[in-house]
Design a protein around this ligand. Structure first.
Ligand SMILES: C[S@@+](CC[C@H](N)C(=O)[O-])C[C@H]1O[C@@H](n2cnc3c(N)ncnc32)[C@H](O)[C@@H]1O
Length: 282
């Protein structure tokens, strides 16, 4: 692959970048999770992106805490009887292969066509632990996604949706519209998201965000209301976990950031907060 092809070519390349952090975590003797597929999935391109994007290989504690919290929330939802996981913007996530899952569980991954076909190719010899399907779709296509959500709603009794690392690439209006479309599904009971505060969004826009923006993958969403943003669209925050707090719990938070704890109560504003939220249908 030449240098040109190793730069960010679009939003789907961010999936390779995230896989890099899962590969790094997997190497640690004290790993909080192990993803034996991540190194292969990230590939040369993912490692190159992480090591060349501004701050691209920093803040691994945050990426690891995010994956850990999504794992926890998903496991809990499945234990509580979810029979369908819908992973929107699944990227190179390998949870259906690496998590302990009931074989009857339905798991649907949705992402853009290029990354779906790349992943199919890399994982073609592997066997998922549940009933996995992949769907190539641009989630900005309103009619296609509404049709998909209606079909999924009809074939499950308890749906949990995950969108890890997606909403930040959407505008406020696009997030509101997606929230409404998901809330329309009668059986769509839970939605796990990650969220940045306005202060964190600005920090990210000034660092890695510049180059991603040039590649058409700008960071856009960091609502001042935090998880309460979703209330008018049918979703209530049930559990909100900051990444720094989670990382501190595992003694992974950088010492220089510990003075930021405890997190402020109420709106985060300029406070550099990112976290994972479990939303439930109101
Ligand atoms: C940062 S990656 C996260 C991937 C994965 N969830 C993870 O955490 O490893 C963002 C993902 O969003 C996907 N994405 C962005 N915009 C999308 C859209 N309009 N429709 C479908 N997928 C989209 C990208 O292709 C990419 O896989």
């Amino acid at each position: 692959m030449d240098e040109q092809n190793l730069t960010v070519r679009g939003v789907s390349d961010t999936a390779r970048w995230v896989a890099y952090f899962r590969a790094q975590e997997t190497q640690r003797p004290d790993a909080l999770f192990r993803d034996p597929y991540a190194e292969r999935l990230a590939g040369q391109h993912g490692f190159h992106l992480a090591n060349t994007l501004p701050d691209g290989n920093k803040h691994e504690w945050a990426w690891v805490a995010r994956t850990y919290l999504f794992d926890q929330f998903l496991s809990r939802a499945i234990q509580d009887g979810a029979d369908l996981v819908v992973n929107l913007a699944a990227g190179l996530d390998a949870r259906p292969y690496r998590m302990n899952l009931p074989p009857t569980l339905q798991w649907v991954e949705v992402d853009l066509p290029d990354i779906v076909s790349y992943k199919e190719e890399v994982l073609k010899a592997e066997i998922p632990r549940c009933r996995l399907e992949r769907i190539s779709m641009d989630l900005s296509d309103l009619s296609a996604r509404r049709q998909l959500f209606a079909q999924l709603d009809a074939r499950a009794t308890k749906v949990v949706v995950a969108s890890e690392g997606l909403l930040i690439y959407f505008t406020t209006d696009e997030v509101a519209s997606l929230a409404q479309d998901l809330a329309a599904g009668e059986h769509f009971g839970h939605w796990i998201i990650d969220l940045a505060s306005p202060g964190q969004l600005r920090l990210m826009q000034r660092t890695t965000g510049k180059q991603l923006s040039e590649a058409g993958a700008a960071f856009k969403f960091g609502p001042p209301e935090g998880a309460r943003f979703f209330t008018p669209y049918g979703w209530q925050a049930r559990d909100v976990q900051g990444l720094l707090k989670a990382a501190a719990h595992f003694k992974r938070a950088p010492v220089e950031l510990l003075s930021l704890l405890p997190e402020p109560k109420g709106n985060f504003g300029n406070y550099p907060w990112t976290g994972v939220c479990l939303l439930s249908k109101r």
